[in-house]
Design a protein around this ligand. Sequence first.
Ligand code: ATP
Length: 355
Amino acid sequence: MKSRRPLKQLALAIPDQETPVTNFLTASGTFQDGDLLLNQKGLRLISEETAVGNQEQPPDAKDFELQVEDLETIKVIGKGSGGVVQLVRHKWMETFYALKGIQMNIQEAVRKQIVQELKINQASQCPHIVVCYHSFYHNGIISMVLEYMDRGSLADVIRQVKTILEPYLAVVCKQVLKGLVYLHYERHVIHRDIKPSNLLVNHQGEVKITDFGVSAVLATSMGQRDTFVGTYNYMSPERISGSSYDYKSDIWSFGLVILECAIGHFPYVSNEQEGWLSFYELLEAIVDQPPPAAPADQFSPEFCAFISACVQKDPNHRMSALELLDHPFIKKFEDKDIDLGILVGNLEPPINFSR
Ligand SMILES: Nc1ncnc2c1ncn2[C@@H]1O[C@H](COP(=O)(O)OP(=O)(O)OP(=O)(O)O)[C@@H](O)[C@H]1O
């Protein structure tokens, strides 16, 4: 009869170096270890880049399906003509997004159509366009889950720094122009609403165009070619006067925005008392007066020429986004390694309730 050999002792060892629980347990009670994510709703596999804690890059929409119920509101960060923009956090991923709501008094069928078109537009593949991860329609509000840009818009930046110096402006221009090249040459769309609050910035000094497709979709979906809600300040002369317009219309708006960043105020002011123009005076000035210019005694010849190339009243004389990328003003600072992150990194993230 075989004698029973005692079983080898099972060794349950505690690792020498204890791993702190906070390394795999997140604040919301989610366990995360490498690619695995576990919370009360189950287990998910995520790619390494989207792992909790890596807030530099929000997860790609391909990596997981963004569910609205997984988003929790942190605070309101902005207010536009159509509704509020909220900072939201994904409960699973702990990544941040901007949730923008647009409230419109139009038929439900039209609103649903708008969301459908926004979904087509959201497949943007350009690092200079704010990513729209998800759009949906609920309770009369069209909502978009957008990439969160933690330094707000160029309007927020100017409010704090007053003016932006030429070397930094060249970096801003290059990024916006790359976004415009993408919209005009690859997507074949006119943005129609380039203005300081639609150019967003993050602490890394990245500048991205937002509201891509929104104004275009609103205009076409509502069956009126030029339904416009928003500011006319940056609208090109040909658009104001009702003529046909094209991509060059965005270049006019872009030129005005950059000039505003340089001089610290909206370029059209009344000649007499240096005061603001009334709505009709402004439209008349844009259509009938010579275009604004950068003061030659304060700015480089390259910058003055760049602005002039953008704000030509005849769109045929305006440079295209592609041509402007080759302009001497952009080239002048290209090898200087200028970091816009240094300018905007220390600014307060905006809490912007005023318009
Ligand atoms: N993706 C985002 N990330 C961070 N902040 C944002 C984002 N989108 C918008 N904001 C903030 O919210 C503000 C309001 O944005 P919104 O697009 O609603 O209105 P607007 O562009 O100012 O005006 P309008 O509604 O007339 O276009 C912006 O100025 C910006 O400060």
